[in-house]
Write a protein that binds this ligand. Sequence first.
Ligand SMILES: Cc1cc2nc3c(=O)[nH]c(=O)nc-3n(C[C@H](O)[C@H](O)[C@H](O)COP(=O)(O)OP(=O)(O)OC[C@H]3O[C@@H](n4cnc5c(N)ncnc54)[C@H](O)[C@@H]3O)c2cc1C
Length: 389
Amino acid sequence: MARFPGVDYLHFDSLLTEQELLVRQTARQFTDERVLPIIRKAYNDGDFPRQLIPELAQLGFLGANLEGYGCAGMNNVEYGLIMQELERGDTGVRSFVSVQGALVMYAIRAFGSKEQKEHWLPRLQSGNAIGCFGLTEPDFGSNPSGMRTVAEKRGNQWLLNGEKTWITNGSLADVAIVWARTPEGIGGFLVEPTMPGYSVTDIHGKLSMRASVTSSLRFSDCVLPGEAVLPEAKGLRAALSCLSQARFGIGWGVLGAAMDCYETAREYVITRKQFDNRPLAGHQLVQEKLVWMITEITKAQLLALQVARLKDAGKAEAAHISMLKRNNVAIALECARLSRDLLGANGIMDEYPIMRHMCNLETVKTYEGTDHIHALVIGERITGVPAYR
Ligand SMILES: Cc1cc2nc3c(=O)[nH]c(=O)nc-3n(C[C@H](O)[C@H](O)[C@H](O)COP(=O)(O)OP(=O)(O)OC[C@H]3O[C@@H](n4cnc5c(N)ncnc54)[C@H](O)[C@@H]3O)c2cc1C
């Protein structure tokens, strides 16, 4: 049985269906029983716990909100609740699932040929193949439109040259979705490690996302077959639509990290005693911090649910997802900081999950559109004036 009691101040669960509650229960139990016992060591060792992949696949968590090709076809609330529970375990585990489903499987499902879908989607769903998504370059992060990676047509092949960096799952991947400049605009390509001219190196020295593989991909006159191109991916818009899927999952995922930090602090201050043998929880300044956390978590849950319902109805805009990602990451990071504070010296120890969440959330604030970039997306949506440049 799942051990985490959940955080539900305003009867949030009454807004969920039986099926949604069941999916969350399954994901919660998976995190409690399979992720939490191993994550501290994996994080400290800088290892991604790849032994979890077959189970994540069996539970239907890979590409969970996609239809067909063996995918579970869940709604977006169910999908979000899975992300929440996985990130309560660790952002690295949630990121693996996000990249596999929202960036790689979604890209192939939305923009691939019939043959590409039939070849890759069942393999990716079952965890027999792993994917990564290469958009960021050393000189182009927030502004991918400046990318230098180029794909040129040579007879019935493509020649790929360039570099991608900060790529989650890079060296684990059997297939990389690589975005490159072509004479017709930016396009997406399916690149496999066996293709000549392709090399991958892992990035070491990360103090965040240690239980996640992050790599750089290099293409030096890399030869791709003509059918490696995603035929329906026309322009940067296609890549950005994949990011919208992943950002949606992040908006839910970080709730899990925030809940874990809140619950850890709440339990701690009830038992820890200072000054006249009184529990820390009996001090007003301590309560105020917990109150801030539960209020912000509750608001963030409702934001996530509304965006998911809009997404299910086909009405979610990229700018809605920007608000979800930006707000929920910000409050999760603040919850981690407050929680660390409430645990005093113990808060810095790896015996508690707080510092791990806090370090991970620093990455989450940056990847998939930084806090600033999402502010600019929302700003453009409400004023009509783009302010990126
Ligand atoms: C662990 C990890 C995993 C990642 N995984 C992937 C992946 O799988 N695939 C992938 O393609 N990428 C991935 N990324 C890359 C990530 O998406 C980029 O780091 C992100 O887009 C930001 O780019 P940057 O780091 O170059 O920062 P920069 O773009 O250089 O930004 C630095 C700072 O400047 C600010 N800034 C930039 N432009 C503006 C502006 N116009 N107005 C105001 N402020 C601005 C930013 O908000 C930020 O605060 C990953 C990153 C990390 C850390």
